[in-house]
Design a protein around this ligand. Structure first.
Ligand code: R5P
Length: 304
């Protein structure tokens, strides 16, 4: 009986350690690719390991978003032209999910456009906790099979192993799904706060008075830390109420410029994230959870 060759994984620059661990977990081969800039800033790509007759998997976290998008498209097309039977994308952080509506006349609904573009170039997508707001699932905008892995169990296991007497705090309604799931895995109580965002850099958070914070370690949980204003404001309020400095946990370490330092200065005891975007706060490995999800999405995608 002929068995098909193992999938061939290619890492975009900066994704090498993640891709290595993924390929190892899946007993897949890690291919060699060259991706660089021409002097005029165009992108050069070359697949040094031939993809002919193989399933190719590109590993590319989409942060910063625009500079990874073109290399993903160019590598996917190169692989296909050189005879790959299928091309998948593992984007541990999947960008362009924020603008899912036309809020003001003339705006582009960019999450839909990027989803359409990626769906044209790759046959399946796997990611971790997409930052969905008004969409119920990625299937509303992606036309190829998509697997979205949940990081909450991994975050919850970390809390259970490392924090004594925690209380899980979701700083806003959007974070409630992560906070509740983390609390369940960690066997801890949970509080979801109310947040009002007045602009990119201005948020107000209301702390419920009824909760007894003093004997607990607050663990703030959110999917993304971007400007960190959400966490900073929550930490500020908790420091007035709780005897123990809060721990901040997030899935994606987006950290806009200066955000990480500002959160540390704001009084967070520790800041920890999953390894979906390389950052010094990465402490929770999401690779095993992704490995488990990849078989299903690959099977759902057609091959040539
Ligand atoms: C809200 O919609 C999200 O769940 C996060 O709270 C938010 O994206 C974090 O943003 P920032 O770090 O800019 O406050």
């Amino acid at each position: 009986m002929r068995t098909s060759p193992a999938p061939l994984y290619f890492a975009l620059p900066g994704n090498e350690p993640f891709a290595e661990r993924l390929a190892l977990g899946l007993r897949a081969e890690l291919g060699a690719a060259r991706i660089r800039r021409f002097p005029d800033a165009e992108t050069y790509v070359r697949l040094e390991t031939p993809p002919t007759g193989r399933e190719v998997v590109l590993v590319a976290t989409m942060h910063p978003p625009d500079s990874c998008l073109i290399p993903i498209l160019l590598l996917a097309e190169t692989a296909r032209e050189l005879g790959a039977v299928r091309v998948g994308l593992v984007a541990p952080y999947l960008a362009y999910l924020r603008q899912d509506r036309r809020f003001r006349a003339g705006e582009g609904v960019t999450s839909r456009y990027v989803a359409r573009l990626l769906s044209t170039y790759v046959d399946w997508v796997a990611t971790v906790d997409p930052h969905l707001h008004r969409l119920a699932s990625l299937a509303e905008i992606y036309t190829v099979p998509v697997a979205a892995v949940h990081a909450a169990p991994a975050l919850g296991r970390w809390v259970a192993a490392h924090v004594r007497n925690p209380i899980i705090v979701g700083p806003d309604a959007e974070s409630a799904q992560w906070a509740r799931a983390v609390a369940e895995t960690a066997g801890a109580p949970v509080a979801v706060l109310e947040k009002v965002r007045r602009g990119d850099d201005a948020v107000a958070v209301a702390l419920p008075r009824a909760i007894r914070w003093r004997d607990r370690t607050p663990v703030l949980v959110d999917d993304i830390i971007s400007t960190a204003r959400t966490m900073i404001e929550t930490v500020r309020q908790l420091r007035e109420t709780s005897a123990t400095a809060p721990i901040c946990l997030a899935v994606h370490a987006v950290f806009a410029r200066g955000a990480y330092e500002a959160l540390l200065e704001g009084g967070a005891a520790r800041i920890l994230t999953c390894n979906t975007i390389p950052h010094e706060t990465n402490a929770i490995d999401i690779v095993p959870d992704l490995v488990g999800a990849l078989a299903g999405v690959r099977e759902a995608a057609p091959s040539v």
